[in-house]
Write a protein that binds this ligand. Structure first.
Ligand code: 5RP
Length: 223
């Protein structure tokens, strides 16, 4: 099974969590693209989608799925999104596609967060994937120095401007044994818009595509 086949299998497995007649949240990335494509066949069952990026909004609209403003949608039934890394507690690193801030907002506004990924994303300790941090442009160097103090090696993702007009620092060299604490610590740095650690709002369900089928990890059972 290729990595794309595993992503597609996880994405299709998320359809069973759809709540008929409600609005859902849709994230960003290649795994979510498979989900959006599969969602097209079920578009009559839902009221519409709130999206975490311009790229996903365009894909949803092209397939005839109504895209709503979060401010008009109220609490969302589910949020479906991928991850760059996940641990057994369903805490995540996200933001490889630079959409982390809107992803965090949509996840926070959803009753259930369904994370979809291929099995290579499951790790023992988060941090091998460089941790994305969205930063106000004028604070870039200041925040980078602070991240060095925290033991990381930040690298500016040059040429990338987020949908919110900000920049991304990718922080490598971290072994994140306490994701909740690091999320809070980095989030409090002046100039940081958001950090790509999803520990405070971890996933509720993790669907991992693999050759043997789709493995389902749930927050209660794996914690
Ligand atoms: C985008 C994200 C994505 O969910 C993450 O990068 C995973 O992407 P992919 O599904 O392409 O592996 O956080 O900001």
């Amino acid at each position: 099974m290729t990595q794309d086949e595993a992503k597609r299998a996880a994405a299709e497995a998320a359809l069973k969590y759809l709540v008929p007649g409600e609005v859902l949240g849709v994230g960003t990335g290649s795994t979510v693209n498979f989900f959006i494509d599969a969602l097209a066949a079920r578009k009559r069952d839902i009221r519409g989608a709130v999206s975490s990026s311009n790229a996903s909004s365009e894909r949803l609209q092209k397939l005839g799925i109504p895209v709503l403003d979060l401010n008009d949608a109220g609490t969302l039934s589910i949020y479906v999104d991928g991850a760059d890394e996940a641990n057994a507690q369903l805490q995540l690193i996200k933001g490889g596609g630079a959409a982390l801030t809107r992803e965090k907002i949509v996840a926070a506004a959803s009753r259930q967060f369904i994370c979809i990924a291929d099995e290579s994303k499951l790790v023992e300790v988060l941090g091998k994937f460089p941790l994305p941090v969205e930063v106000i442009p004028m604070a870039r160097s200041y925040v980078a120095r602070e991240l060095v103090q925290l033991g990381g090696q930040p690298k500016w993702r040059e040429g990338v401007v987020t949908d919110n007009g900000n920049v991304i620092l990718d922080v490598s060299g971290l072994q994140i044994f306490d994701p909740l604490q690091l999320e809070e610590q980095i989030g409090l740095l002046t100039g940081v818009v958001s950090v790509g650690l999803f520990a405070r709002r971890a996933a509720d369900v993790l669907l991992l595509g693999a050759a043997s089928g789709v493995r389902e990890l749930k927050a209660g059972s794996s914690r």
